[in-house]
Design a protein around this ligand. Structure first.
Ligand SMILES: *Cc1c(COP(=O)(O)O)cnc(C)c1O
Length: 496
């Protein structure tokens, strides 16, 4: 299986090259040239397998330059042992035709673990194939969740170093503690005096700094990225959608071949795109419900065919979805315009230079066939958390609440009550303040650990130990710097 750039199809690389490079030199994203097929017989076979076996089977089709043994060792390193709960991605019925696929049983309590636990292994194998014995230095700019998930994923992975920058005053107390207490011999963390945009801009500049590359070359080190535009982060996400369907069939909730809908709380369009690929492979998925928060650029796009980033940015209670440019949408566009790289190039130029683009009617129609878009206000998010808890004794997080609410709106508007898998993307304890305020308004408790303990008491759930332990762990990575000193920090860490 080969991969091409969405902006230049003549750029054709192997899976290992796509993963090592992260992004194509022309700015495009790597996409598979074709998709493997999921026949009904194959789905039936997958249904009797464990998560790791399913991952090996599905990933093997995409990573054809990896041996089966290599794929297996990556999958076992990620999902074996005790890094996840007893089930990797459990699915259960919330009510009627609504099922929740919980993707947050990994080490950092958010769905990013599903991909960031395996990416380091895919990346080191890929680099061995394409870049010899170079050490990989991962640079991350994070607004919170990605940084911690990447640190946990890369921690003590041989041949890698990871350096995470976060806006010092732009993340929650728990998020900061998750990073500053990080264990591992190959990790570095630094708070930046500035906002997320400053941090990300400076990281991008370091990535493309020619003199730095020369110095790295001498030390036999190369930069890489753990960002969600990397194919190695997207492909592991296809596994759990197929797995969820298999589990529903295995448990008799659906008959083999029955269609399902999938609703996904969306930011960068990575998670829902994985569901789209599963559908294109042949998984019986009818509609993909794209749920946004108040930053509803995707809702407007799906409804009107115009993507317009020229709008106010809102900081919401579902911060991992506060995004105005959903990078992975480019991969969907490539598919919808009939894999016409020139058309994608023009759309992306328009977005960068004019701040918007319009897709042709044919694309808008194709989009509407597979997707339905909706969004949820802050008040509706809180109300959904409260109602879901009151009615079903189920405590969902703020991101998941957006997915549930929009799925409900879809049902009301279309009457389509096809069984629906809603992606549950974070543990409620990760956003304890907002959740507590939704179920017990006005509690007045400010300390996150007290909030979490009270939530546990109210819900009968346990606070995840990896959150509880932060309270007594001494921060060991307290470095801070100005944005102009980030390059120096990187050089110090890498000994150049
Ligand atoms: C990252 C994230 C999302 C958004 O996922 P995308 O792949 O960026 O669309 C949703 N919920 C949570 C909890 C996240 O961390």
């Amino acid at each position: 299986m080969m991969y091409v750039s969405t902006r230049d199809k003549s750029v054709r690389v192997s899976a290992a090259q796509a993963i090592t490079q992260g992004i194509s030199a022309d700015g495009g994203l790597f996409v598979p040239e074709s998709l493997p097929a999921l026949t009904p017989e194959r789905i039936q076979k997958l249904a009797s397998m464990s998560y790791i076996e399913r991952a090996c089977d599905i990933l093997g089709d995409f990573l054809t330059d990896f041996s089966p043994g290599e794929v297996r060792s990556c999958a076992e390193a990620a999902y074996g042992g005790n890094k996840f709960g007893p089930e990797i991605a459990p699915i259960s019925r919330l009510n009627g035709n609504t099922y929740l696929l919980e993707l947050w049983h990994g080490p950092t309590c958010a769905f990013k673990d599903m991909a960031l636990q395996i990416l380091p292994h895919l990346l080191t194998r890929s680099a061995q194939k394409t870049a010899g014995d170079k050490q990989i230095a991962i640079l991350v700019a994070t607004s919170g969740d990605t940084g911690k998930a990447a640190l946990e994923g890369f921690r003590d992975v041989p041949g890698t170093r990871i350096i995470v920058f976060y806006p010092r005053d732009g993340v929650s107390n728990i998020q900061k503690l998750q990073m500053t207490t990080q264990r591992g011999g190959n990790v570095a963390v630094c708070g930046v005096e500035g906002n997320f945009d400053d941090t990300q801009t400076a990281v991008k500049a370091i990535f493309t700094d020619k003199s730095l590359h020369a110095a790295l070359e001498q030390k036999n080190i190369m930069f890489s990225s753990a960002n969600s535009i990397n194919w190695g982060r997207l492909v592991p996400q296809i596994v759990y959608y197929i797995g969820a369907y298999c589990d529903l069939a295995k448990n008799g909730e659906i008959a083999p071949g029955d269609p399902v809908n999938i609703a996904v709380p969306t930011g960068n369009f990575g998670n829902i795109l994985a569901a789209y690929y599963a559908k294109r492979m042949g998984l019986p998925v009818a509609r993909l419900i794209c749920a946004s928060n108040r930053n509803n650029v995707l809702t407007d796009f799906i409804r009107t065919g115009r993507y317009d980033k020229r709008r106010e940015f809102f900081a919401t209670a579902s911060p991992s979805m506060d995004i105005l440019i959903s990078s992975n949408l480019e991969r969907l566009l490539f598919d919808l315009v009939g894999r016409d790289d020139a058309a994608v190039r023009e759309l992306m130029r328009s977005l960068a230079e004019e701040g918007f683009y319009d897709v042709p009617d044919s694309v808008r129609a194709a989009l509407g066939e597979s997707f339905w878009g909706g969004f949820c206000t802050e008040e509706e998010t809180a109300a959904t958390i409260r109602e879901t808890f009151d009615k079903y004794s189920y405590l969902c997080d703020t991101h998941t609440a957006v997915g549930l609410k929009v799925r409900g709106d879809y049902l009301d508007e279309t009457g389509d009550d096809t069984k629906t898998i809603v992606a549950s993307t974070a543990s409620p304890f990760k956003f304890a303040g907002s959740i507590l305020e939704a179920v017990r308004p006005g509690s007045g408790i400010r300390d996150e650990f007290r909030q979490a303990r009270l939530l546990a008491e109210i819900s009968g759930m346990d606070v995840p130990p990896q959150i509880l332990e932060l309270e007594s762990m001494p921060p060991r990575l307290g470095d801070c710097c100005g944005k102009e000193d980030m390059r120096r920090f990187v050089c110090e860490q890498l000994g150049i």
